[in-house]
Design a protein around this ligand. Structure first.
Ligand SMILES: C[S@@+](CC[C@H](N)C(=O)[O-])C[C@H]1O[C@@H](n2cnc3c(N)ncnc32)[C@H](O)[C@@H]1O
Length: 413
């Protein structure tokens, strides 16, 4: 460790301050641009000792689990940055990724999300002696920061943290850490545990009893439902959907509705749309109110939930689903002959093979949704080279105070 004083120049992609020492970057967690800070340096990492000249953009973090010291919850990276500067930094992540692929474009205003709006969280639990650590990993380590509150999550989850910890403790007691995905659905909390394959019978009964006594909707271990008091339900643009255990859904209902509005608004007027990487139908079910839809996805349970929702919703145009691995077998340009509009929303790896087929197709309008600016930029480059024009890029702060950002890019021929 070398003690030194540095000046922070920028914020890195993970939210740490970045200084330069001997021509190399040194990351200073909790540091902001313009600040002079005393650090103990260890290669590119450092420990912050003191900030000598605080930035005017420095804000008081609202969460007690956020801070520069050890045991800092890694869920948030930037609570110490004033909200306007924070939004500019996040929009910059998208702009920089696009610029790195030679795409220079204006970025629209950030769609903000407020504290307390996040409806889905993945906790880690580990049993130690007679108690359970339950929370998120410390920044950059596998240590679990035990949380008693969270500024980002919805009240419906935060108010139940102690009860969730007790249930998680039953699964973690065997010694292995477990992950617990909690989704606040309209009918109650939907809890899904993974990391172990089986629970001893007595502990399983206790977990089921706690779930029922606390009024939670469902408890699953992997894909096995241990108890379902009520079907968990979400609404996508007015349509009820019953998500399968642990399935992907947008992290915030507010962000989801704004994203649906952008996509359906842009693709309005198309006769036949495709939703690729459709999940349980966030976009497909909304699009089916205005055009025929082909919805494609690799997860069978997600498609079953989408089919079930479509069958029980009045007034939709024809909606067809197809199970398909779009990485290995993208929808080919000639299969999209009758499709004039596409929304695609792939996992972080992006949709390179699919973008290549779209570039060669007759599709006229595309909404590209992504939680990874780097792969979004790569896929947009393919589409632009194939003759599409980028008409707008809108960042959405779905992952408040984290270094992650959602974005929707709109393209047309
Ligand atoms: C970011 S989510 C988007 C889901 C949906 N659009 C939504 O808004 O809820 C990505 C989806 O891609 C699916 N997926 C992952 N790999 C895939 C693949 N190789 N082929 C098709 N779908 C895949 C996942 O199951 C997941 O539902």
């Amino acid at each position: 460790m070398t003690a030194r004083t540095v000046t922070i120049e920028s914020i890195g992609a993970q939210g740490d301050g970045v200084a330069t020492v001997d021509g190399n970057p040194v990351y200073v967690g909790y540091g902001l641009p313009g600040e002079t800070a005393k650090i103990e340096q260890d290669g590119s990492k450092s420990r912050l000792v003191a900030i000598d000249t605080p930035s005017p953009d420095r804000a008081k973090p609202p969460c007690p689990h956020f801070g520069p010291d050890g045991n800092r919850c890694g869920g948030c990276a930037l609570q110490h940055l004033e909200i306007g500067a924070y939004h500019s930094w996040k929009a910059g992540l998208v702009a920089n990724a696009l610029a790195a692929r030679g795409i220079e474009t204006a970025i629209a205003d950030m769609i903000p999300c407020a504290p307390g709006q996040r409806r889905r969280a993945v906790f880690t639990a580990r049993a130690i002696k007679d108690r359970t650590l339950f929370g998120f990993h410390e920044s950059g380590t596998h240590r679990i920061v035990d949380i008693g509150s969270c500024t980002v999550l919805s009240d419906g989850i935060v108010s139940e943290l102690a009860k969730l910890r007790a249930i998680a403790g039953l699964f973690a007691r065997g010694g292995k850490p477990v992950r617990m995905t909690v989704l606040e659905s309209l009918t109650g909390l939907d809890i899904s545990v993974d990391g172990i394959s089986k629970l001893p019978e007595k502990r399983q009964r206790q977990a089921v009893d706690l779930t029922l006594n606390h009024g939670f909707a469902r408890l699953c271990l992997g894909s096995e439902t241990l108890v379902e008091a009520r079907r968990p339900v979400l609404q996508f643009a007015g349509t009820n959907v019953e998500p399968p255990p642990g399935s992907f859904v947008q992290a915030s209902a507010h962000a989801q509705e704004r994203m649906i509005a952008i996509v359906t608004g842009y693709l309005q007027g198309s006769k036949s749309a495709a939703d690729l990487f459709c999940g349980c139908g966030t976009f497909a079910l909304a699009l089916a109110r205005q055009s025929a839809v082909l919805a494609v996805e690799s997860s069978a349970p997600a498609l079953a939930a989408l089919d079930h929702a479509a069958r029980h919703t009045q007034g939709l145009k024809p909606l067809r689903t197809e199970r398909r691995d779009l990485f290995r077998r993208p929808m080919m340009a000639n299969e999209l002959k009758k499709t004039d509009a596409v929304v695609f929303d792939p996992p972080r790896a992006g949709a390179q093979a699919q973008a290549t087929e779209l570039a060669a197709s007759n599709v006229q309008k595309i909404a590209a949704v992504s939680c990874n600016p780097a792969t979004l930029a790569r896929d947009l480059r393919i589409l632009i080279d194939g003759g599409f024009r980028l008409t707008s890029v809108t960042p959405i702060d779905q992952f408040l105070w984290s270094p992650h950002v959602e974005a929707i890019a709109l393209l047309e021929r």
